[in-house]
Design a protein around this ligand. Structure first.
Ligand SMILES: [Zn+2]
Length: 266
């Protein structure tokens, strides 16, 4: 059966081989060698999947009741604590997710914004290279789209950027501005009009806060997109095996393959 790389099979490796996504771009920026090994299925990062599942738990709730039920059915065993104080009940992280869902549910403004098609795949070309994206909520008539982002602490908080060696807004540091800029561009290519990106932030605080961060100005979006366009050709050559991948020399892949610096002249 043919694979549905932009639908049911969006998250399989064949889809990542065929299209670039912003999460893949971020993996390549961190360590090209590891990203290539991941695409060849020679390496899987042994990382805690809980934060991703918590995010998906919240997302599926606002996608549709069916999507949320399917998510709970498929991930039930991972969400229930097997030991400790919460044994046989939802793990602490998923209780936080419930609190975040409730915060969005009781935010009247969120209900007004979060209207449109859910989980929309979009594709297009950036500097001649095929990209894909998946938008949480797309409102075509309204000319805007919304992505829900969960964050640890206060919405106004800053986070450290290794790239810029300074503190910046968390959504800048985590590449969400780039993600918004890319979705906006892909939508422009498809619909021929400018969409306004909105990040709907919800915090994991004991009393969560919610806020729509509306990207009214193009300046930062254009900057991010220009940087992506410049770098992507080089990374695509690495992905295709035309150019040699660069090692980061400090990730788990580099460490476990003996690819770190073994002598330092101090
Ligand atoms: Zn590395």
């Amino acid at each position: 059966m043919a694979k549905d790389l932009l639908g049911a099979d969006y998250y399989i490796v064949e889809s990542s081989r065929a299209y670039w996504s912003i999460s893949q771009y971020k993996r390549f920026r961190e360590c090209e060698e590891r990203a290539v090994a991941e695409l060849a299925e020679e390496w899987t990062e042994d990382r805690d999947s809980t934060p991703l599942l918590v995010g998906n738990y919240v997302h599926s709730y606002f996608e549709s009741p069916e999507a949320h039920e399917i998510f709970k059915f498929e991930n039930g065993s991972t969400m229930i604590a097997k030991t400790g104080a919460t044994k046989c009940h939802l793990k602490k992280d998923f209780k936080v997710a419930e609190v975040m869902i409730n915060a969005l549910k009781t935010d009247k403004q969120f209900a007004e914004y979060y209207i449109g098609e859910k989980e929309v795949s979009v594709t297009g070309v950036i500097n001649g290279i095929d990209f894909k994206g998946k938008i949480d909520c797309l409102n075509i008539e309204g000319g805007y789209f919304v992505d829900i982002k969960t964050t640890k602490s206060q919405i106004d908080d800053l986070a450290w950027s290794d790239e810029f060696r300074t503190k910046m807004r968390w959504f800048e540091v985590y590449g969400y501005v780039l993600q918004m800029a890319t979705y906006k561009e892909l939508l422009y290519q498809k619909y021929g009009k400018e969409f306004i990106p909105i990040i709907y932030a919800v915090t994991k605080e004991s009393i969560p806060d919610t806020r729509a961060v509306v990207f009214q100005s193009d300046e930062k979006l254009k900057y991010e997109l220009a940087e992506l366009s410049t770098i992507i050709s080089k990374l695509d050559a690495v992905k295709k095996g035309i150019s040699e991948a660069i090692l980061c020399k400090h990730c788990n892949y580099c460490k476990s393959h003996g690819l770190t610096d073994k002598v330092e002249i101090y």
